[in-house]
Design a protein around this ligand. Sequence first.
Ligand code: SAH
Length: 367
Amino acid sequence: MKTLLDLTPEQLAAEIAEIGQPAYRVTQILDWVYKKGATDMAAMTNLPAAIKQHFTVLTSRVVSKAESTDGTIKLLVELADGGRIECVMIPTEARATACLSSQVGCGMECMFCASGMNGLERNLSTGEILEQILHLQKESGRRISHVVFMGMGEPLANTEAVIAAIHAIIDSARQGVSARHVTLSTVGLPKQIRRLAAEELPITLAISLHAPNDALRRELMPKAAQVPLEDVLAAAEEFYQSRHREITLEYVLLAGVNDTNVCAEALARIAGRLRCSVNLIRYNPVPELPFDRPSNTTLQAFADRLAKRGVNVQIRRPRGIDADAACGQLRRRLDGEPTETAPPQGEPTGETPAETPEETPKPPEGV
Ligand code: SAH
């Protein structure tokens, strides 16, 4: 059996021709999966058995669902080989944002992040990335309108599968999300940023900066820092200039580590150079890790300093208070626990708020 979500429309058309079915079946199938969110071939009532038997939609299943009082839904999804990933649906009235994983675990091993604590297990396939959208839609009853690659994994370490998934997400014949509503978040891999710039994908690039100089970057993100910051910034500049596509800098504030005035000034210079906005993220404490979030006063002072330098700065709004909604946290909490299909009802987690991406602001003018 072929996994539908791993196929491009062209590959699907070739499969359909091979089993002697007419070409119009392609549109019917794409409508079922991407427009109607069907997760089961059996539900595709206008298709013949020959097609239903030839394809499958899902290879993964939801093993745990945690729902926050603000409506944020976090799913723990088990893949066919037993690997586990997380995905999140963050709702507002106007939008339903899917936060997707791109890998099982993560090889970047940033010091403050739960996802990389056990290293990288493997890349996700394009289909496994897209299945997360179907699961989130089914579990929430909402159609996904925005996508952020801010779940587990480093999307640009799995570039080809992620690019193929983005094509499916923005294709009007498939998921049909506006490219402007898609954000890819990366630690900053220059070669892959250039690869992304070469695609017809007018998405937003979010760079997880967290450190405005190489010394601090080596401390916080040792793997990512094998590439000098200057190389990352040069690639980001090219990405922006290639079609004036938007770039956001993400900056997780860690008390006493990267929240100083000196850091704020250096970050302002970088944001000015890239003409990009900055998203300040409150650190979501991971029990095993030695970091704390700064006080609100420090956070505000840091934001004010950036704003004074003309930087468009946002403080990311906390969401998913009781849903372990930060990168890698649900998987860690449930690892080793028996697989369950029922959601952990109203279970208090004692977790601090996770963060959600806000609307990406326009880059500041004249800085
Ligand atoms: N690997 C990619 C995407 C996944 S993480 C990247 O690094 O950009 C999405 C964002 O969450 C990144 O900016 C990451 O640094 C941040 N993050 C990781 N752990 C966090 C934590 N405990 N609290 C707050 N943000 C965290």
